[in-house]
Ligand binder design. Structure first.
Ligand code: ADP
Ligand code: MG
Length: 751
């Protein structure tokens, strides 16, 4: 902690001589504003945390230490120096609560502030994004970013073009735990099918296995010599001439649809549509189609006439969304154990702020049991004992099912309890806030009610004395978590601001994580019980190894995340360029000249017919719409590619490298086709009597969703996540985050 600066802030605050915009002066004004408006005198620790935030660091500060206020200092400093700040909250409830709670300070400071939640009207959003400080979840902000990508008019766009600073609350949640979850926007897009693929499909009716080869690795179908001869006879055209190329692509797609794609394995037919089945999850993937001609060929196979297709139009993983901000700061109760990840993936250094009062919570060592049944007995006994003494107890479970079954068991014993299931943030906040009441028994999943303070003796602290004498809040964690951070989060629920409290932490030899990471193999036989043990296991070696399982799990998930990035960075780069170009076309900062160059004669005619200026504007809009199509195709192709890319490993090659090369090639080739497609559009435009008759392609309906219910998929394979850069070098240097660049370079080795 920088004691000198903190003292200076406080003396400036006292003297009132603080009108400038330096950190010390603004902090001094905030200090006074907090006292005046909320009656809170900020602690030195909070000032230290605020200084770290404004320097773009990740602050580790225990639960209940007042992080909400720290963010206000840093946000005001940035705002009063001309920047805009998004405070990314854990959920909608906290966005509203923190904004309304802190608003008096912002008002006093002359800084405009607002919040956006899921229910916030789109019409209001533009104005809210203009506020100097905005409270919003990363999810809502990310969805707005994606929605802008499918808008056909800048007037409908709400999201700011430049993102300044993000202060991420509960940072480990967004930047690590949920980092890989993609936000997705999908839309129903009209399909203009001229029926030619269906025609081709009919004509290949008597082709057979001898007519094609299938390459498992590239997933391409090729004609054999016999097949090529047959095709030439059937279609009366040389398949390998330049004019034959589009036909050849159709023929190969039809052969593939006919012989390789299997109904109910690769796809299902539902409601007259082909829905893809995800290879790993076995579920149908909403808004995904086969790439290129293959989808139309599959439709032809089933005689389907399609007028529109649901397609994924854009996606972005939370971690890449966070990286869009030129400056990131964060705060959380638990950062330390993920220090390497924060530093490597986000160039965030951690600052550990001591608690204002010494922590009086007792963290009991791991309690290990032979199996789930023994463990459950111990947990129920611990909860019952606390309930008996009217000591508040909070049980942290791993899943909603576990919560429900535990509650049932407790109720069976006559113990009243409340179950939290992470469905309604607001209701949940209310329940968590009361979890410290005398006699309260609360059962919740890991994350439920995160960010809400548990006050001893109830929200008004009426029975604080009783509860304190009973030992304060007791936290029971029912299993070993994937990472020690999650365990610490749970423990941190008790013992806030110097309260007494206790945390106990249970595991069983047959817990999923113990089995998966094979605890048994980590110890020599004599330490591992060969038959059922009742009650706690006391073997020190086994206990130590059981704790190590968590660290192994952390290491694995970290490696997975790094590995995943090798696949996702390329899509980020491509998306950034595509999004930026599209936006520039619509706001007029960039003008397309494709029509002039590709079809000068038609352009001249059209310009005479419709007027040059109107035609130029139309050209930009048409190209913007085409970029949407282009991007849909890209997403389909890369998703498809990822499913097959592991096959390259068989051939002894590096799948990540192969994947990147294939994506780049696809992107370049598809981009090269755009001028031709634009020329086709100009012909359509020319057929119109008036420009206003021409309908620029747009989705009839769009919908956004999170892919988080597909968690397993991300473990099984890399999924395309979606951010920015034509000039990556330059941008990153501007941000002063060079390490980042170095890291991504090293990911791809020499390339
Ligand atoms: P965190 O986000 O760190 O868990 P909160 O910002 O939710 O903590 O604050 C926890 C509680 O501490 C709130 O009730 C808040 O009013 C109180 N608080 C914050 N700062 C101070 C302070 N300087 N003095 C007294 N109470 C404070
Ligand atoms: Mg908080």
């Amino acid at each position: 902690m920088d004691k000198k600066t903190i003292d200076k802030i406080k003396s400036l605050a006292e003297s009132g001589g603080c009108l400038g915009n330096s950190a010390e002066e603004i902090f001094a004004r905030c200090f006074n504003a907090a006292e005046k408006t909320l009656g809170i005198t900020p602690f030195d620790e909070q000032l230290a945390a605020a200084l770290s935030l404004s320097e773009g660091r990740l602050v580790q500060m225990q639960t209940g230490e007042g992080k909400t206020l720290c963010a206000v200092f840093a946000a005001c400093l940035e705002a009063l120096n001309g920047g805009k700040v998004h405070i990314l909250t854990f959920n909608d409830y906290l966005a509203q609560r923190d904004c309304e709670w802190m608003k008096p300070i912002y008002d006093e400071m002359g800084v405009s502030v607002g919040y956006i939640a899921e229910k916030t009207d789109r019409a209001l959003r533009k104005e809210l994004y203009n506020k100097q400080v905005l409270y919003i979840t990363a999810k809502e902000a990310g969805f707005d970013y994606l929605r802008d990508f499918v808008c056909s008019d800048t007037a409908e766009m709400v999201f700011p073009e430049q993102l300044n600073m993000a202060i991420v609350d509960e940072a480990d949640s967004i930047l690590i735990d949920e980092a890989r979850i993609p936000l997705v926007i999908a839309g129903d897009i009209a399909v203009n099918d001229d029926g030619s693929t269906a025609e081709v499909y009919k004509k290949i009716g008597d082709f057979d296995e001898s007519d094609y080869d299938y390459d498992e690795e590239s997933r391409n179908v090729f004609l054999t010599d016999a097949g090529a001869d047959k095709a030439e006879a059937v279609f009366g055209q040389d398949m390998y001439s330049e004019e034959g190329a589009p036909l050849l692509a159709k023929v190969c797609a039809c052969l593939k649809a006919k012989f390789i794609l299997k109904e109910d394995k690769d796809y299902i037919v539902r409601d007259g549509r082909i829905l893809l089945i995800d290879e790993f999850t076995g579920r149908t993937a909403e808004g995904r189609v086969f790439p290129g001609e293959l989808q139309t060929a599959a439709e032809a196979k089933h005689g389907l006439k399609i007028t529109s297709r649901g397609r994924i139009m854009g996606n972005i993983a939370l971690q890449y969304f966070a990286r869009l901000y030129s400056k990131i700061a964060g705060m959380t109760g638990t950062a330390e154990s993920a220090a390497e990840e924060f530093s490597k993936l986000y160039a965030l250094d951690i600052e550990i702020i001591p608690t204002h009062m010494p922590c009086r919570r007792e963290d009991k060592p791991l309690e290990l049991y032979y199996n789930g049944e023994e463990k459950r007995k111990a947990i129920v006994a611990a909860a019952a004992e606390a309930a008996e003494a009217q000591r508040p107890v909070l049980v942290g479970t791993e899943s909603i099912e576990e919560s429900e079954s535990l509650a049932e068991e407790l109720r069976g014993r006559g113990i009243d309890c409340v179950v939290l299931n992470a469905k309604n943030d607001t209701e949940e906040a209310g329940i968590i806030a009361r979890a410290g009441e005398r006699g309260a028994v609360t059962i919740s999943t890991n994350m439920a009610g995160r960010g809400v303070d548990i006050k001893l003796g109830g929200e008004d602290c009426r029975e604080k004395e009783f509860v304190t004498r009973a030992g304060g809040l007791l936290v029971l964690a029912t299993s070993m978590r994937e990472s020690s951070r999650i365990t610490k989060q749970l423990r941190g629920r008790a013992g806030r601001q110097g309260d007494v409290g206790e945390s106990r932490f249970f595991a069983a030899l047959d817990d999923e994580i113990m089995v998966r990471l094979d605890l048994k193999s980590l110890v020599s036989g004599r330490h591992y019980p060969s038959e059922r043990v009742s009650g706690r296991i006391e073997d020190k070696v086994l206990l130590k190894e059981a704790e190590r399982v968590q660290r192994i799990s952390e290491g694995n998930t970290y490696d997975e995340r790094v590995n995943l990035m090798k696949y996702t960075m390329i899509g980020e780069k491509h998306r950034e360029v595509t999004f930026r170009r599209r936006r520039a076309l619509l706001d007029g900062s960039y003008n397309s000249e494709m029509w002039q160059q590709k079809a000068p004669k038609e352009y001249k005619r059209a310009a005479e017919k419709f007027g040059e200026q109107a035609l130029r504007e139309m050209q930009n809009r048409v190209l913007a719409a085409l970029l949407n199509e282009f991007w849909c195709d890209y997403l389909d192709y890369t998703a498809y590619l990822r499913e097959g890319i592991h096959l390259t490993q068989i051939a002894g090659r590096n799948p990540a490298e192969e994947y990147n090369i294939a994506c780049e090639e696809y992107y370049q080739n598809a981009a090269a086709e755009i001028p031709d497609r634009m020329a086709e559009k100009l012909e359509e435009v020319l057929k119109c009597g008036d420009l206003s008759e021409y309908r620029v392609a747009a989705p009839t309906r769009t919908y956004t969703y999170l892919l988080n219910d597909m968690g397993e998929e991300f473990k099984a394979k890399p999924i395309l996540l979606s951010v920015f850069s034509d000039e990556p070098e330059e941008k990153e240097e501007q941000n002063g985050r060079e390490e980042k660049k170095g890291f991504f370079k090293s990911l791809f080795g020499k390339k």
